[in-house]
Write a protein that binds this ligand. Structure first.
Ligand code: ATP
Length: 435
């Protein structure tokens, strides 16, 4: 990460290059809601693929789930969200601005208008409520899920009885979550509609501490493997009085954002609270049988939960680099090839060479590589464009290529150039993708 990276630079790059747009921008925007453009949706997909691959690589048994976004009222009553999922809200009576009271100092005047005239602090519910069907009454209320985890808990028995998994095992899910945040801020850091990647690992109570340690290590390794600079990552143990009453341990994986160290992922040992609550509220038995002890028990859970969008933002901050090349400031995203939305750009040196070079592009595309073809503007300008979107390698086809069937590869980070034969390109790209 460049020391002079700012949130403004990231927001502007995201819009300029088609990573992220404010949702409903032509209607002056929807606060805390974003749309992902061509490069952004690819980057998101790569993040999700990397997460899934990482879970599948380990020796633990993990299965996947895709739960519904609409959640029955009883689910959120059992989980505790209906009563407790709220943030403290305060209004300035003078300018009518709203704040999370834990974000500001109520002893001081309003940061917006400079007058000190606060309302009382009250709890603001973060769940979006909606009505199912045409008749509106209390029993038709449903909620947009504020986290994906509960779909996992309520399907625990379904998964167990319909697959071959046995305790210990994990259920993982990627999906949308919604929170009516009082003050969405810092771009993708705090949104009202976002995506989560959550994994609930079910085990015996006596094994939970051990699995907690295993998952902390596994998750840190994941961040290293997708190329984050680990010097910008630290773990923060929650103090005893910070833990939820049912939780025995919790670690936040924090990233050093320009606005300070903040949570990227939460890893928590949640005891068997969630399954016990759903068993109590639904009246269904969610225990499993321990063949060794010959008794039933409600499994304990270690949870790993990270926001796709928050990780997206983290990767952009971490990869953003400004350096001086030939007297000009060059901006590049030093994303790992696994994560970069485009792996290689095919650039004919002159438009006369387009016909030959587009064949290389077509071939690579057909074989599943993420490639771009760019023939507009000077070669220097095209390099800059690719650097800015994080493309690890540019492949230039020049007049000599017609004779020797070779192309020039230019590395985004070292700027080193090497000439390789056209039939070696696939091998080269596979190599950098699997590094
Ligand atoms: P925070 O303290 O930042 O509000 P949290 O402790 O409420 O986060 P969790 O409920 O543990 O967050 O959610 C798990 C993960 O989901 C977070 O670590 C974060 O990566 C992501 N996440 C949570 N809320 C948001 C949001 N409003 N926008 C984007 N990502 C979010």
């Amino acid at each position: 990460m460049s020391s002079n990276v700012t949130l403004e630079k990231i927001v502007s790059l995201c819009k300029r290059r088609g990573f992220v747009y404010q949702s409903a921008e032509i209607y002056s925007g929807l606060n805390g809601v974003y749309d992902f453009g061509p490069l952004g949706s690819q980057l998101k997909q790569n993040i999700k693929n990397a997460w899934i691959q990482d879970l599948n690589r380990g020796k633990e048994d993990i299965v996947f789930l895709d739960g519904s976004i609409l959640g029955a009222q009883q689910v959120w009553q059992a989980s505790g969200h209906a009563d407790n999922f709220s943030d403290p809200l305060v209004d300035c009576q003078n300018c009518k601005k709203r704040f999370r009271s834990d974000d500001i100092n109520l002893e001081k005047p309003c940061p917006s208008c400079g007058i000190k005239k606060w309302t009382d602090v009250r709890q603001f519910k973060l769940m979006f409520e909606t009505q199912l069907g045409a008749v509106s009454n209390e029993s038709n209320i449903a909620y947009l899920r504020p986290e994906t985890a509960q779909s996992i808990f309520i399907n625990f028995k379904n998964v167990l009885s319909s697959t071959k998994v046995k305790i210990p095992f994990g259920i993982a899910q990627i999906g949308k979550a919604f929170r009516n945040e009082i003050t969405p801020k810092q771009f993708l850091f705090r949104m009202r509609e976002f995506e989560q990647m959550e994994m609930e690992f079910f085990c015996k109570g006596e094994d939970a501490n051990n699995f907690f340690d295993i998952w902390v290590e596994r998750r840190l390794n994941f961040y290293k493997n997708i190329g984050l600079n680990m010097q910008n990552i630290k773990t923060r143990h929650h103090a005893q009085d910070e833990l939820a009453h049912y939780s025995k341990a919790c670690i936040d994986v924090e990233y050093n954002f320009p606005f300070g160290f903040k949570e990227l992922e939460g890893i928590a040992y949640r005891t068997n609270f969630d399954l016990s609550q759903h068993a109590k509220f639904s009246g269904k038995d969610l225990s499993v049988f321990d063949d060794e002890k010959k008794e039933s028990f409600v499994p304990h859970v270690v949870e790993c939960s990270v926001g796709v969008d928050r990780l997206f933002l983290t990767l952009l901050f971490d990869a953003y680099t400004e350096d001086e090349v030939e007297g000009e400031i060059r901006t590049s995203l030093r994303l790992s090839p696994k994560i970069a939305p485009v792996t290689a750009a095919i650039l004919p040196l002159s438009k006369n060479l387009s016909e030959n070079s587009i064949k290389i592009y077509d071939h690579l595309k057909k074989n599943g590589f993420r490639v771009q073809f760019d023939e507009s503007g000077s070669i220097g300008k095209r390099y800059r464009r690719q650097d800015e979107i994080g493309t690890p390698v540019c492949i230039t086809y020049d007049f000599e290529s017609i004779e020797d069937n070779k192309v020039t590869l230019r590395d985004r980070d070292s700027l080193k150039q090497e000439r390789i034969s056209i039939d070696q390109i696939e091998y080269y790209l596979n190599n950098i993708l699997n590094k």
